[in-house]
Design a protein around this ligand. Structure first.
Ligand SMILES: *[C@@H]1O[C@H](CO)[C@@H](O)[C@H](O)[C@H]1NC(C)=O
Ligand SMILES: *[C@@H]1O[C@H](CO)[C@@H](O)[C@H](O)[C@H]1NC(C)=O
Length: 199
């Protein structure tokens, strides 16, 4: 009985821990998108230095079958709205299409690669200083890419300006299925680390 109770509470803890996107964010995922910045593996929610995430990461998946093309989004969901206020908006840090599974493996992950720099090239996190500090969450989502994918017209402005992307609406308008994997990292507001400097 006692063992059973412990086992079920452990199972509960494991399922609680399983979500790989930030609490409260939708779409949610339980499958980890493997994200590597050099040798740094991003476990969901890991706080990293700005300097270590300046260049596009290697992505992959473990334990799931992948074929065809995939679309990767990386979204900062903690951007202070213009003119202050307590609301937070989004900045699109990357929207990269045509990822396909490669024969390359990293740490057991099947690496996905793309030569595309579009619709939105990667730019690294650089959250401005805030008092009190407010770490920004950067969410990664990997979706199966529909045939003939194009940025829906209602989202072209957000994709080109990078401000205020509404990913749930984008999913509907671009006819994406739910993400197959996700992840997120954090960078502290005001992190001033410089590229190439070891800390
Ligand atoms: C993630 O796992 C939880 C607990 O098992 C479940 O309630 C939820 O629906 C799952 N979410 C997704 C996106 O699969
Ligand atoms: C390899 O992947 C596991 C998760 O699958 C992770 O915990 C570990 O840190 C990774 N190691 C390296 C060296 O990337």
């Amino acid at each position: 009985m006692l063992f059973k109770a412990i086992a079920s509470s452990l199972a509960l803890a494991a399922t609680t821990l399983a979500q790989t996107t930030p609490a409260g964010f939708t779409p949610a995922t339980n499958q980890t998108l493997d994200v590597y910045y050099g040798s740094t593996y991003i476990s969901p929610g890991l706080m990293v230095k700005k300097s270590s995430v300046a260049s596009k990461p290697v992505i992959g998946v473990t334990g799931i079958e992948v074929s065809g093309k995939y679309l990767l989004a990386m979204i900062d969901i903690d951007v202070q709205a213009q003119g202050g206020g307590s609301g937070r908006t989004t900045v699109l840090h990357a929207l990269l299409q045509d990822y396909t599974p490669s024969t390359q493996k990293q740490n057991g992950s099947t690496v996905l690669t793309t030569t595309a720099n579009t619709p939105s090239s990667y730019f690294g996190p650089a959250p401005p200083a805030e008092n009190p500090k407010h770490p920004h969450n950067y969410v990664f989502l990997l979706h199966k890419q529909p045939d003939g994918f194009a940025v829906p017209s209602a989202h072209r402005q957000a994709v080109s300006s990078r401000f205020g992307i509404d990913w749930n609406k984008f999913i509907v308008d671009a006819k994406l299925s739910p993400p197959i994997a996700g992840n997120y990292l954090q960078v502290q507001s005001g992190d001033n680390t410089l590229k190439g400097r070891k800390l």
